[in-house]
Design a protein around this ligand. Structure first.
Ligand code: FMN
Ligand code: SF4
Length: 436
């Protein structure tokens, strides 16, 4: 029987074992020949900060555990494995070639693309759907108590119901409006099943809201979602047309058998007393560089997710004083805990003040007014130059409303059906691609 041990190369906690401790422990175990291998990661479950390394999020660099494995390997005779943000075979190959480890563990890489080893073996590395380290549907689902999946590949965990994509007996012409995550997944699946699929994106670039999400600090890898889905859509044979808005005229001319609407959402701007007297911007405007924030900023965060924390980090890094007021018990409440806890540490270091349980009630030229969620007690943030709204989204339904004459099937998916996250958008796309 082969018996190995998973061990942390450094617990990365002020109360935990350090790298020198662990090297000595492994060297001692090795002396007694007790183990057949050492499987090296980082962190420990004992503190919130060190637990982040159990399943490190995208803000942590690829292969950062390799030096810990290499240091242990230098002191033991038995094979050393390493895991942690190694998401591509090219990185794995480099680690092995450099002699830093003898074997690579790749967990999320296989949740994201179960075919990854076969694709690597047969030289199809461009086809690999690389894990982007978002932790949403793998770690996020596990901690929420339901079966793991992947936001990029919702077939994972739904193998019995969604993995089989039966070929169609009758090829239909499917028109898809919108090249974000929902539209691209629907295009990939419908085309794979044999339909004649054309996806129209009104912008120059595919991606929808992912184009903005990837601009938040530490979130650049999120753009990989679109790289992967666009590749899958094209590979399946879907035609992808950019710079073309879908209109009722276009639908009349094309006359498809079914229209899948994946037109996304726009920022929700609630009715806020005093808004006309204040400098107010939404997160999209800030990320697109359309509006400059002042020196002192309040972010009103209704969703308590990536957007509020990300915009607070960005504005604080630009040297502004940032107060992040969240309509929740804590900032990032709706995020997977490792993603959230790591991010809370970063914004704390940058001096962002977090004010929880805050319901936005009003604004004027230099003050933002809130009510406490628990008892409605009013409170205010003074000396504010800019109020930044992260207040969720509204479905973009204008095309749907204009299709009064179209007699074929219309399927709204993603945020244009109901604003949620990229995870639900991709799952909606899969369901629509299987349904048409
Ligand atoms: C859903 C999920 C469950 C996991 N459960 C365990 C576990 O029970 N024990 C463990 O040592 N690591 C567990 N891990 C951590 C992985 O083994 C691995 O160390 C970590 O995900 C980093 O590697 P990766 O970047 O290749 O995913 C889990 C990871 C995921 C995504
Ligand atoms: S949900 Fe995100 S982190 Fe998890 S396997 Fe998929 S891409 Fe990777």
């Amino acid at each position: 029987m082969v018996v190995g041990m998973r061990i942390s190369g450094d617990e990365l906690s002020p109360f935990g074992l350090t790298q020198p401790d662990i090297i000595e422990i492994c060297a001692a175990l090795d002396k007694y020949d007790l183990l057949d291998y050492y499987n090296v990661i980082a962190g420990a479950s004992s503190t919130l900060g060190s637990a982040v390394h159990n399943i490190p999020p995208m803000a942590i660099e690829h292969g950062y555990t390799v030096p810990y494995a290499a240091a242990i390997k230098a002191r033991v005779r038995k094979p050393v494995f390493v895991a942690g943000r190694i998401n591509q075979p090219q990185i794995a190959e480099q680690v092995l070639t450099a002699g830093h480890a003898d074997m690579i563990g790749m967990t999320r890489a296989l949740i994201s693309d179960p075919e990854m080893p076969n694709k690597a073996r047969t030289g199809r590395t461009d086809d690999i759907r690389a894990c982007i380290g978002c932790n949403q549907a793998c770690a996020g689902h596990m901690h929420a108590g339901y079966s793991i999946s992947c936001i990029q590949h919702p077939e994972t965990g739904r193998e019995l119901t969604h993995a089989n994509k039966p070929k169609v007996s009758q090829r239909r012409r499917i028109l898809i409006a919108g090249g974000g995550p929902a539209g691209l997944k629907a295009a990939a699946v419908a085309a794979e099943r044999g339909h004649d699929v054309t996806l129209y994106e009104r912008g120059q670039q595919l991606g929808g809201q992912v184009l903005l999400a990837q601009l938040l600090p530490g979130r650049a890898e999120f753009g990989g979602l679109i790289t992967n889905l666009a590749h899958e859509a094209r590979q399946s044979g879907a035609k992808v047309v950019t710079n073309t808005a879908v209109t009722s005229d276009l639908i009349r001319t094309e006359n498809p058998d079914a229209v899948i609407l994946a037109t996304g959402a726009r920022p929700h701007v609630p009715e806020i007393p005093g808004i006309e007297d204040a400098h107010v911007a939404n997160v999209w405007q800030i990320l697109r560089g359309e509006v400059n924030a002042g020196r002192s900023v309040v972010v009103a965060d209704w969703r308590s997710d990536w957007i509020g924390l990300g915009i607070a980090e960005k504005l604080a890094r630009e040297g502004r004083h940032v107060r992040l007021c969240v309509n929740a018990n804590m900032a990032g409440q709706n995020l997977q805990s490792y993603v959230r806890d790591h991010w809370l540490g970063i914004v704390h270091s940058l001096g962002v003040e977090i004010i929880p349980m805050a319901r936005l009630a009003g604004v004027d030229a230099d003050t933002v007014y809130f009510e406490h969620l628990a008892n409605n007690t009013p409170f205010e943030c003074r000396d504010v130059e800019t109020l930044v709204l992260a207040m969720g989204h509204e479905s973009e339904t204008r095309i749907e409303e204009s299709l009064t004459e179209y007699a074929g099937e219309i399927i709204p998916i993603g945020d244009c059906a109901a604003p949620r996250t990229a995870e639900e958008a991709v799952l909606d796309g899969l369901n629509a691609g299987l349904r048409v």
